[in-house]
Design a protein around this ligand. Structure first.
Ligand code: FEO
Length: 394
């Protein structure tokens, strides 16, 4: 992929990774991803903002060579995770005079993760500026927009924000800019769910700070550039708010069909009551889609059979993930079937210690669901509707 000019003297010099299918060995990437690196030429100094994943460092090198970049004065690192910082050692080798510019926490991580020379790093503080001659970079610390060391960089004269992970999304696209906002909304929401949701309280404050800046573009380090910053800022404002929707998410596993019958009955009962339902059979669910559904659902019902003494391991995995993603879900419960005993419901409820939910009465039955079980599920559907109504969600 060749470099592209965003505005005079500012270039995208990153890499598209069409083939990558998993990130952090955890997050599925159905559409691949990109590692966006940007070159900013000032009248006296040149800065590179973030690098690319080491697997794609050749793309970055070729882009810089094609542009005839024979000197880089500063390499701004907004985030130490290797998909953005991993080619830094190569850049420092190629441009030995370059200074790394980042905050103190990020410096510590770069030194420990990439073993770069601490002496090559210039540490900046929140709000500090760096002159490139006729252009000025300004840095704002935004901890926990993935890791604790994250920051964003603002190019004052051109009104471009480079927020690294924040406001991006995973896609390898030949489009330099967002062209289809409906498409972008879904992809960015999924990315928010997978990466940013645990930090929504901090992000809420950052959105207001970003809104206060004059902005022409938001150029993240994954996915296309936003030429309509309001679109992505409004979307984030919606996702980080405390508002939930009249939706129930049901992640489940069924070994011999009993839990599945219960899920199907509850799904129908909720639909009858005007509630949107999203069941996810965890044996073949894309975990990113499950995360996406948790962004604004009011209620989660976990469906699990009992394996030996507790919940099915795939349910444990999904519950662990849902818990650490800290969705703003308000109500939760468990349904399922057991053969001879066990404590599936108690185990699942204990795992939900990061989400502040009201736990509704679980429906856990012995064997195949009978008429009494279906009545209990109808009662649960009534209870969910009542809770949603009391919370003004319906
Ligand atoms: Fe795209 Fe947290 O790295």
């Amino acid at each position: 992929m060749v470099s592209r000019e965003i505005t005079k003297g500012v270039y995208w010099v990153g890499a598209l990774d069409f083939d990558r299918r998993i990130f952090d060995e955890l997050i599925p990437l159905p559409d691949g991803t990109s590692y966006n690196s940007y070159l900013v030429r000032g009248s006296t100094k040149t800065a590179l903002i973030d690098t690319v994943d080491p697997a794609k460092e050749e793309d970055l090198i070729l882009n810089l060579i094609r542009l005839g970049v024979d000197r880089i004065d500063y390499v701004v690192i907004n985030h130490a995770e290797q998909d953005h910082s991993g080619s830094l050692p190569m850049i420092l080798e190629m441009y030995p005079g370059a200074k790394v510019v980042t905050n103190e926490k990020c410096k510590d991580l770069l030194v420990s993760l990439l073993q770069i020379d601490a002496g090559s790093v210039t540490v900046i503080k929140d709000g500090e500026t760096l002159s490139l001659g006729d252009r000025t970079l300004q840095f704002f610390l935004t901890p926990w927009t993935h890791w604790p060391e994250t920051q964003v960089t603002y190019l004052q004269e051109d009104k471009i924000l480079f927020p690294c992970d924040l406001f991006g999304y995973h896609v390898a696209s030949s489009d330099l800019y967002v062209t289809d906002e409906a498409d972008a909304y879904r992809s960015a929401k999924r990315y928010y769910a997978e990466i940013m949701m645990p930090f929504r309280n901090s992000i809420r404050g950052y959105i207001e700070k970003v809104r206060a800046l004059p902005l022409e573009m938001i150029a993240p380090s994954h996915g296309p550039i936003h030429r309509n910053p309001k679109f992505i800022l409004d979307a984030y404002a919606e996702w980080v708010s405390d508002d939930v929707k009249n939706e129930v998410v049901i992640p489940y596993v069924s070994m011999h069909g009993s839990t599945k019958k219960m899920v199907e009955h509850l799904t129908a009962a909720l639909i009858e009551r005007g509630i949107r339902v999203k069941p996810f059979n965890l044996t073949h669910t894309d975990i990113g889609e499950l995360a996406l559904s948790l962004v604004d659902a009011a209620t989660v019902v976990v469906g699990t059979p009992t394996v030996l003494f507790g919940p099915h391991p795939q349910v444990v995995y999904a519950t662990y993930l849902a818990n650490v993603l800290k969705p703003k879900v308000r109500f939760a419960t468990v349904i399922g079937s057991y053969g001879w005993g066990g404590k599936s419901a108690e185990t699942i409820v204990k795992m939900l210690d990061h989400v502040r939910v009201e736990v509704l009465e679980p429906v856990v039955i012995k064997g195949a669901p009978d008429e009494a079980a279906m009545v209990a599920l109808d009662r649960l559907a009534d209870e969910i509707l009542k809770k949603h109504k009391e919370s003004n969600i319906v």
